[in-house]
Structure formats: C-alpha cells, structure tokens
Design a protein around this ligand. Structure first.
Ligand SMILES: NC(=O)c1ccc[n+]([C@@H]2O[C@H](COP(=O)([O-])OP(=O)(O)OC[C@H]3O[C@@H](n4cnc5c(N)ncnc54)[C@H](OP(=O)(O)O)[C@@H]3O)[C@@H](O)[C@H]2O)c1
Length: 363
C-alpha cells in the first residue's frame, strides 16, 4: 500500500467508528499528516455535531502550515445543514493540501465542495481508496443515487425453513440474536408488519451495552416503522408504543401526526398485495432521512420486498432446529431466487450451531 492510501485508509478506519452514532449522516474520518506523521485525527460522531475535518483541525496541537496534508474519506460539505459549511472553515484554516477519497453523492454538495476549495487556492486531489470509501458509505450512496434506503432484510429460519414456532420464542441462538442487535444498532430504522407486532409484541430496540458498541454517547435506537394497512393495531396494547422512539405507521386510511405518542401515521397507496413498498421506501429516504433500513419480515413481506427488487442484503440466520408442521414456512429463497440467478450467496459464517448466510442481488 502506498503512503497516500495508507493515510486515507486510516481516515476510513476512523470513519467506521461512527457507524453506530453518526446515522443518518455519513461515516467520515479525517487525518492530518505532516512530515509523514499523523499529527491529528477525528471522526464524525453524531448528526448536528462537528464534522470530522473540523474536529481534526480543533485537535491539532500546532498552527496549520504549508507542509500539512489533510486526508478525508468524503468531500467536505459546502452548504448550511445542521452545521455550517466545512469548506469555509477549511479555507480559513490555512490548510493548503487536501486528499479526498470520493465526492459527496448528495446533489447539494457533489463536486461543489472541491470546486470551492480549489477556487480558494487549496490543492485538492480526489480518488485515493475510492472503492473502500464507497463501501463504508454504501448506504449514504444508495440513499442519494436510488432515492431509497440501503435495505437489509433479516430472518431467523429453522432447518425445515420455518420462521415461527408454537413452542419456542426464538428460532435462532443467542449469538445470532446478538448479531442482529448490531444490525439494529447501525440502522436508521427497523420495519415490521402489523402481524409481527400483534403476534410477537416485540420491543424493536437495541439491547447492547455502550461497551459492546465501543461508544461513549447514548445508544441511538432506530425509528420503528410498521405496515398496518387498515390500522388494526391497538396502540395502547403493544410494547413498541411504550417507548419514546419515533414510530411511523404506514397505512391506507389516514395521514396524521400524533405528537403525544410520537407516532406519524402516513397514508400510502395500496393494491391487492398490500401497501406500496416503493412509496414507503421513497418517503423514508426523503422525509425521514433514513439511509439504511433493517427489515424483519414474515413470509408475505419478504416476498413483497423480493418481488420489487427492494433489497441490498438478505441475511438468514439458519438454525439446526426442526420446527415441524405447526411453524410458518418462509419463502424458498434458494429455489425461487438463487436458482434463477436473481441473487447470489455472498458469505456464510458459523454462529456456533447456527449459520449466518448473506445473499446479495445480482445487478
Ligand atoms: N423468524 C423471523 O425472523 C421472523 C421475522 C419477522 C416475523 N416473523 C414471524 O412472521 C409472522 C408474520 O408473518 P406473515 O407472513 O404473516 O406476515 P408478514 O410477512 O410479516 O407481514 C404481512 C402483513 O404485512 C402487511 N402488509 C402491508 N403491505 C404489505 C405488502 N406490500 N406486502 C406484504 N405485506 C404487507 C399486511 O398486513 P395488514 O393488512 O395488517 O397491513 C400483511 O398481512 C409473525 O408471526 C412473526 O412471528 C418471523
């Protein structure tokens, strides 16, 4: 690895530290190098807080000089959002050399940040470690390019392909369930059906400690999204409605904002298969800034997401237990999708006696 890539990879590794706290913002890290040494570093920790490059300048123990090179994995912003434009601070700081891994896919910024820096006499180079940089912000890129969140679908499946069991609370083992909580912790929102709320009464929160997530600030719980076509859920009965977390109930009846209970009811079009998945994805991305979504579906919802090609990863936690005839069978993903080459198996990982299998779409 050449030196440039080494420093940029350091910025990318730092960016990854923000993955549980930075959403819905992108993961951004920054290092400042002088005489081949990293003399300051930082990463973006939370939406509304300082961006990585501003924090790296603050952490710097000496005055900026012409020898210093700043490495950032994402183009600095040049617009007013929750914070002031970073380009202004960089120009005023006196830094003269900036390396950027990739342009910001947000149309408000894309290329404009680099242009402004160059116009003000800063030498800017774009493109080191671009593939790695895109990978770490694949959800942010998807949000801007596809106008929908990056979608991860997750199911726990028995050896005989059942997703419910009359005798057992959980299909998968505790290692798989903990792994699922890491997925929740990095997600902006989690989506389930009315059926899951009524049958399982889940909490849908993150049940990991700060220590496990290696974070100091408060745990960020994902927005809870429920599909309830005819508004048949009694909101006084279920655990999710006892939490302070924002809830969005997509339905075909009404749009109404219940501030007391922190529930947004959003009406969307529906047809015989249910509510429009495309419309819901568009609203989550556009109006709720959801860059990544974790879907925990039963059989019907899984089918709908697959049929509409609305997924980026499907994760099956396959257990070795047999449920038998009384469980609900899931979609035969191997037969219907793997054999028709719509998806491919990306990885398989042992979770003690479960196997975590990740499928991705063939594009
Ligand atoms: N093992 C696992 O990982 C796992 C994960 C999640 C759930 N589950 C289990 O799965 C069971 C539910 O499975 P399920 O197949 O009956 O239900 P599901 O797939 O979770 O959801 C289907 C329901 O979602 C609503 N819906 C709205 N728009 C839809 C659309 N476009 N496409 C599909 N559904 C839409 C409909 O209910 P409305 O008409 O009320 O809107 C529909 O009946 C639960 O009992 C739960 O225990 C297991």
């Amino acid at each position: 690895m050449n030196r440039k890539n080494f420093y940029m990879q350091s910025a990318i590794d730092l960016a990854a530290k923000g993955k549980y706290t930075a959403p819905p913002n992108p993961n951004v890290g920054c290092v400042i190098v002088e005489d081949s040494k990293i003399i300051s570093k930082a990463y973006h920790q939370r939406a509304g807080k300082e961006h990585a490059e501003i924090l790296a300048l603050k952490n710097l123990k000496k005055k900026v000089n012409d020898k210093m090179i700043m490495y950032i994995n994402l183009e600095p912003c040049c617009h007013y959002g929750k914070t002031a434009p970073c380009t202004k601070t960089l120009i005023n700081s006196g830094i003269k050399n900036i390396e950027i891994a990739m342009l910001d896919p947000n149309p408000k910024v894309r290329g404009k940040g680099v242009k402004e820096l160059r116009k003000n006499g800063i030498k800017v180079n774009v493109g080191s470690c671009k593939i790695e940089a895109i990978k770490i912000n694949k959800d942010f890129v998807t949000k801007h390019e596809k106008k929908r969140p990056y979608i991860i679908i997750k199911q726990a499946v028995s050896l005989d392909s059942k997703i419910t069991s009359p005798n057992k609370k959980w299909i998968s083992n505790k290692f798989s369930r903990e792994d699922g909580h890491y997925l929740r912790a990095q997600s902006c929102a989690i989506l389930v059906s009315s059926k899951t709320i009524m049958n399982d009464n889940p909490k849908l929160n993150v049940r990991l400690t700060k220590k496990k997530l290696s974070i100091k600030s408060n745990i960020r719980h994902p927005i809870i999204v429920i599909l309830d076509t005819n508004l048949s859920i009694d909101i006084t009965r279920f655990k999710v409605f006892k939490t302070k977390t924002k809830k969005i109930i997509f339905n075909s009846v009404k749009t109404n904002f219940d501030k007391n209970n922190n529930i947004d009811f959003i009406k969307v079009v529906s047809n015989k298969n249910g509510l429009s998945i495309q419309a819901i994805m568009k609203i989550l991305s556009r109006d709720y800034d959801v860059k990544n979504l974790l879907v925990e579906p039963g059989k019907s919802l899984l089918s709908s997401f697959l049929d509409k090609n609305m997924f980026d990863e499907i994760i099956f936690y396959k257990s070795t237990s047999i449920v038998g005839d009384d469980g609900l069978e899931t979609v035969d993903i191997e037969k219907t999708y793997l054999n028709t080459k719509k998806i491919y198996q990306d990885s398989a990982m042992n979770m003690l006696n479960d196997v975590k299998i990740t499928y991705k779409p063939k594009r």
